[in-house]
Design a protein around this ligand. Structure first.
Ligand code: ADP
Length: 601
């Protein structure tokens, strides 16, 4: 099967975001183009009438037609412009929504893949940096419409002009005019096409440079506390200066090349115009048409030449934009490889979901080391499992696999005896409430944050707030659950500490009332007293849910039914706190002894 051209494919996708936009834009373009032709045409009629010493009333009528005609065209044009603007807004909104939807629907491993992340940034940022991509394509489509309308108007007029010029004695001159135009146009085309690829390469280089720059600037801040303490301003300035010099050099090169490549095209198209002026004026001198018509024909010829020039400009723009559009369509073509099951997850009010990891191993895409090796563990409904181990031992990866953010490389994970891959993915995700280490809250009211939705159950939310020990702080919030968090979006918002934020994240997880609750370092930002307070009530708060805790603080895990000790991607010990502590040669004993000193008091 023949592969569809990338520009055609991207345009079809783009047009589908709002099918009304381009037809309305075409209509508006016709209106815009009518105005100059109407004026040229009418001016010629007025001059011809004056030249032929016509009746005053005839001249006045022509002037009135010009004035009212202009008024009508402009008013209708302005209305259409407004409509087109609104449709464009809708087109852009839909396009952004489609892009975000694609991103959200990617397999999680692809979302995290550095190459795909780079691709996504390139697509978004190229639009701002050098204008290439879908916005350039829209611009090109608009230019095509404008040029086509303009050429259609010219064709009507040239028919009239050539009919007058082609009388017997002047045939050779007409031929000369046509040959002159064809040669100039041909030369323009040659230079334009020769330059298109190079121009796009230079602008791609500019795009890559700016992408690098944006990443560097977002990577470090001069406003942080350590920047102040270590006086990093000078270092920052010096590095910024060096990079600015490099930017100037790359930008200047791109502009210089663009200018040099555009110059021949400019010279040839202006030359063609001058040549045609001379010939038309000569025809007028020989009396082939009246003086007024010279304005009309020269004006139209001028517009004709620019339109032809634009066609080559358009063709070269399409060529230069192909590279950028390919990134866009390739992004939408990224396949999802994770198996999407169809088995419905049972809706069980008794939360009877047992999980088993059977000899599971996992390697991150592109990594050569296994993050998990031969992990086997069973988790019964209502159990509390603590996952402990040193940094990088595989604790978070274990959770990511359980939540199907990734599929195991080897082995299988079973839920109620079925491989989790068989379950409907969305329904399966509904089984879990997770507080990740890098959770985030939004600058919207507390109630929205807790419910993760526009509406919330006040009684339930307030009960949970009380249970996690946030009651006192909540009582100070001026608008209760309506209180916006942070001051970024609302001056009435409240600032909250890291510990308070973590408790809110906990309330959000509990509010969802999923059968599994997973807490990745749930108390990292809490002081030891707040932590002890939460844990003393945890059994009650978690209720009949199955809970998994990841924690560095072993003291936090004592109350769990089962503790799994991870080391180097493997589960090396499983048992209760007392069982594990009795093995003085075990890793748990080692970790416990190392930490116990801190907490003796
Ligand atoms: P823990 O939660 O115990 O600190 P992780 O599960 O985060 O450990 O990491 C286990 C191993 O997997 C580590 O060696 C880590 O470097 C690696 N790893 C974690 N995330 C990724 C990733 N997205 N891509 C590649 N390797 C990763």
């Amino acid at each position: 099967m023949r592969k569809e051209n990338v520009t055609v494919r991207a345009f079809k996708m783009y047009n589908a975001y709002n099918k009304r936009y381009f037809p309305l834009k075409l209509l508006s373009t016709v209106f815009d183009r009518v105005s100059p032709y109407f004026n040229l045409w009418m001016s010629a009629e007025v001059v011809n009438a004056l030249y032929a010493a016509a009746e005053k009333s005839e001249i006045y009528t022509l002037v009135l037609i010009t004035l009212f005609g202009n008024l009508l065209i402009r008013v209708l044009g302005a209305v259409l412009h407004r409509v087109v603007e609104l449709e464009l807004q809708r087109l852009n909104d839909n396009q952004n929504a489609a892009f975000n939807e694609k991103t959200m629907s990617l397999d999680y491993c692809k979302l995290e893949d550095p190459q795909i992340r780079h691709m996504r940034r390139k697509i978004t940022e190229n639009g701002w940096i050098n204008g290439y991509g879908v916005s350039q394509m829209r611009h090109t489509a608009e230019e095509i419409m404008m040029t086509a309308v303009e050429l259609a108007f010219c064709a009507v007029l040239f028919g009239e002009m050539f009919a007058l010029m082609a009388s017997e004695p002047f045939r050779v001159s007409v031929l000369l005019l046509v040959i002159g135009l064809v040669v100039s146009i041909g030369l323009c085309a040659f230079f334009m096409f020769a330059s298109a690829k190079k121009v796009s390469e230079y602008w791609n280089e500019v795009g890559d440079m700016m992408l690098r720059e944006n990443r560097i600037s977002s990577g470090y801040s001069i406003f942080g506390m350590d920047a102040r303490i270590y006086k990093q301003q000078d270092l920052y300035d010096e590095q910024q200066y060096k990079r600015n010099e490099e930017h100037k050099r790359v930008f200047a090169k791109a502009y210089r090349k663009q200018f040099m490549l555009d110059l021949p095209n400019y010279l040839f198209s202006r030359g063609a115009e001058l040549f045609s002026y001379l010939i038309i004026c000569a025809f007028c001198g020989f009396g082939v048409f009246p003086v007024g018509s010279v304005i009309k024909y020269v004006g139209h010829l001028n517009r004709f030449c620019s339109s032809i020039g634009r066609i080559f400009g358009i063709a070269s723009d399409i060529k230069s934009n192909e590279k950028f559009l390919k990134q866009y369509v390739d992004y939408f073509d990224i396949p999802n490889d994770m198996y999407q099951g169809s088995l419905a997850v049972e809706k069980r009010s008794d939360k009877q979901f047992d999980v088993e990891f059977k000899d599971v191993s996992f390697r991150y895409p592109g990594a050569d080391k296994y993050a998990l090796k031969n992990v086997s563990i069973k988790l019964k409904v209502g159990e509390r499992l603590a996952v402990v181990g040193m940094n990088g031992s595989g604790k978070t990866t274990f959770i990511k696999l359980l939540c199907r953010l990734y599929d195991p490389t080897d082995g299988e994970i079973l839920m109620n005896d079925f491989n989790v891959r068989k379950y409907d993915y969305r329904q399966y995700l509904d089984l879990f409430s997770v507080v990740f280490q890098d959770y985030s809250l939004m600058g919207v009211p507390l109630g929205n944050n807790i419910a993760g939705a526009a509406a919330w159950d006040t009684e339930k939310a307030e009960r949970l707030i009380e249970e996690v020990g946030l009651g006192a702080r909540y009582a100070e919030m001026p608008k209760g659950l309506e209180t916006p968090l942070y001051k970024n979006f609302d001056k009435d918002g409240v600032n909250i500490s890291g510990g308070e934020a973590q408790k809110i994240a906990l309330v959000r997880a509990l509010y969802r009332n999923a059968p599994f609750i997973i807490l990745d370092e749930p108390t990292a930002a809490l002081d030891p007293i707040a932590e002890a307070e939460i844990y003393s009530k945890f059994d009650g708060i978690v209720g009949d849910k199955t809970a998994i805790y990841i924690s560095h603080r072993l003291s936090s895990c004592r109350f769990c039914d089962k503790i799994a000790v991870f080391h180097d991607g493997e589960i090396i010990q499983v048992g209760t706190h007392d069982e594990l502590l009795s093995d003085e040669n075990g890793k748990y004993y080692e970790l416990w002894s190392a930490q116990a000193g801190y907490y003796k008091e």
